[in-house]
Design a binder for this molecule. Structure first.
Ligand code: SF4
Ligand code: SF4
Length: 194
C-alpha cells in the first residue's frame, strides 16, 4: 500500500518495451486498504527488528504481540511458531492508513508489481489499472515487460502511445503520473489539459 504523495509517483512502475522503445507505466495506489485486509503478510526476518524498534518494543515483545509463540531464544536468533495472522494487518488504521508506513515490510513494498503472484487475486484496483493501460498501449504492437529502460520514444511516437494510453481511461492521478514519469513533451500535454 502506498500513501505518500511523492512515492505515489515513483514507488513502482512497469518497464514496458516493444523491443525498440520503453514506456514506463506507473503504479498508482487507490488507498483502498484491500491488500492490507485481504492478503496475509509475512514479514521478512530483517523486517522484525526494524518494526520492533519503530514501535519502541523489544523483538521478543513484537513476536509475542504480533507473530506468535517464542520457542527458543538463541544468541543471534529467535525461533518462534507463527500463530497470529496479519489478515487484516494489525497496522492498518480504520482510515486505511498504514501506521508503520516508514518501516512497512518487504512484501508490502513489493506489492503488487514486484511479486511473483501479482495482486494475489484480490482485485487490487491499482494493479488492474496498470494491466488495462499496458494492454491498451500494447494493442497492435506487441510489448513485453522489460528489465531495463533502454531507448525512450521520440516526440511523434509519444503522440501515438499517449493516445493509446488515454483509450484505457486512466484516472487523473495515473495520467499525471504517466506524463511525469515518462517526461512526455509539454506540447503534447497541452492537447489534453489536466
Ligand atoms: S489493494 Fe491496491 S490500490 Fe488498494 S491499497 Fe492495496 S495496493 Fe493500493
Ligand atoms: S504493514 Fe502497512 S502496508 Fe503492510 S499490510 Fe500492514 S498496513 Fe498494509
Amino acid at each position: 500500500m502506498v500513501q505518500d504523495e511523492e512515492e505515489l509517483f515513483w514507488a513502482q512502475h512497469l518497464l514496458y518495451s516493444n523491443g525498440e522503445v520503453t514506456v514506463l507505466i506507473p503504479f498508482v495506489c487507490f488507498r483502498c486498504g484491500k491488500c492490507c485486509r485481504e492478503v496475509s503478510i509475512h514479514p521478512a526476518p530483517a523486517d522484525i527488528p526494524v518494526i520492533a524498534r519503530f514501535l519502541g518494543i523489544s523483538v521478543e515483545q513484537f513476536i509475542t504481540d504480533y507473530l506468535g509463540e517464542i520457542i527458543k531464544v538463541g544468541s543471534e536468533s529467535i525461533e518462534f511458531m507463527r500463530t497470529k495472522s496479519w489478515k487484516p494487518c494489525p497496522f492498518l488504521s480504520t482510515s486505511n492508513v498504514c501506521t508503520i508506513y516508514q518501516v512497512r515490510t518487504h512484501p508490502c513494498r513489493s506489492y503488487p508489481l514486484h511479486t511473483d503472484s501479482g495482486d494475489r487475486g484480490i482485485g487490487c484496483p491499482g494493479y488492474k489499472q496498470v494491466r488495462r493501460v499496458a494492454s491498451a498501449i500494447g494493442q497492435g504492437v506487441p510489448y513485453f515487460a522489460s528489465e531495463s529502460i533502454g531507448k525512450r520514444p521520440e516526440y511523434l511516437e509519444w503522440k501515438r502511445i499517449y493516445g493509446k494510453f488515454l483509450r484505457a481511461k486512466p484516472s487523473d492521478e495515473m495520467t499525471k503520473a504517466f506524463i511525469r514519469l515518462n517526461n512526455i513533451p509539454r506540447e503534447l500535454n497541452l492537447c489534453n489539459p489536466l
